[in-house]
Write a protein that binds this ligand. Structure first.
Ligand code: GRG
Length: 293
């Protein structure tokens, strides 16, 4: 049976993004239009949903973690805009519509990505009220580190410099855990930190997050091989065309799927040590392995 996605949280995120994000009449309009074009193009809102699920697990209300949840979506959207640029992956479609640079031009798309990244930290520092000051500062640090050279951008650079080369499992694991995994880890940890999880709980939920993040990118690789434009909202087969380093390339689709399943098993095992209702986090783990978009 298909796993049910937490659409209740997704709707709350969509409403909050509308509430927090400046209107397209804001000057300079072309910039806000480009940012909004990519931010409001749909998408699963997986990372904000993860923040809220983690916050709920450790006893906070979704509203209390919402500015952080939305800020992570700004960062994720920035990464997608830049990832699609001609100098990077050169993609025409994303989230079922033309990519930002195709509509607004490369110059504005670069600026829209940069502005979304900065706006993420503006949002948290202005509106993240729940949580102690030191916990909010810790969340800012989690997101900055996860996005920067030790996280998403570092992983992306190894990805870009590895295409066309003979690669081993260690390199592809580094790429995936950094390019995609670090931001998902930051999402899990931020929700837990804002809700006041104990150090022991934080350690266990981080282990859940690491396995979840790796499985998420392996399923992304598999979907690029077996998915359709309709399902994915972007052109499938792009990894192969660009000689990208992926798990299916290193070990074949079947073994890649087994690896992702094993990561999800480990993620769930980590949850078992947490003496809370971890049902929402378990459900997200099931979603990651079964997703078709
Ligand atoms: C700075 C030029 C420049 C490039 C960097 C940081 C970066 C661009 C790219 C990071 C790599 C990246 C885009 C990782 C995310 C990979 C991924 C799994 C994307 C899809 O995420 P989903 O499935 O998409 O959550 P939706 O559309 O549902 O939000």
């Amino acid at each position: 049976m298909a796993v049910e996605y937490p659409n209740d949280l997704l709707s709350l995120v969509d409403q909050s993004l509308e509430k927090f994000f400046p209107s397209e009449d804001t000057y300079p309009q072309v910039l806000y239009k480009a940012m909004r074009y990519s931010l409001f193009a749909g998408g699963k809102r997986f990372r904000p949903v993860v923040v809220l699920s983690s916050a709920l697990t450790f006893g906070a209300d979704p509203a209390q973690a919402m500015p952080t949840a939305c800020a992570i979506e700004y960062i994720h959207t920035y990464s997608l805009i830049h990832d699609d640029l001609p100098a990077v992956d050169d993609d025409d479609y994303r989230r079922g519509r033309l990519t930002c640079h195709k509509v607004f031009g490369v110059d504005i798309a670069i600026m829209a990505g940069d502005a979304l990244f900065a706006e993420a930290f503006t949002l948290i520092s202005r509106l993240q009220k729940a949580g102690s000051s030191s916990n909010i500062l810790q969340v800012i640090r989690e997101l900055a580190e996860a996005s920067g050279p030790g996280g998403m951008v570092g992983g992306q650079v190894v990805d870009m410099t590895s295409s066309d080369k003979e690669v081993d499992l260690e390199t592809v694991t580094f790429i995936h855990t950094h390019k995609t995994g670090r931001l998902i880890r930051a999402a899990v940890r931020s929700g837990a930190i804002l809700a006041g999880a104990s150090p022991g709980e934080l350690e266990l939920v981080s282990s859940y997050a690491d396995n979840l993040g790796l499985a998420f990118q392996i399923t992304d690789d598999i979907l690029d091989e077996v998915g359709t434009l309709d399902e994915l909202g972007k052109t499938p087969g792009a990894d192969k065309k660009q000689h990208k380093v992926t798990f299916p390339l290193v070990m074949g689709v079947e073994q890649a799927r087994k690896t992702a399943e094993e990561d999800i098993r480990k993620a769930k095992e980590a949850l078992r040590g947490i003496k809370r209702d971890t049902g929402r986090l378990e459900n997200l783990a099931d979603f990651v392995i079964e997703r078709s978009s």
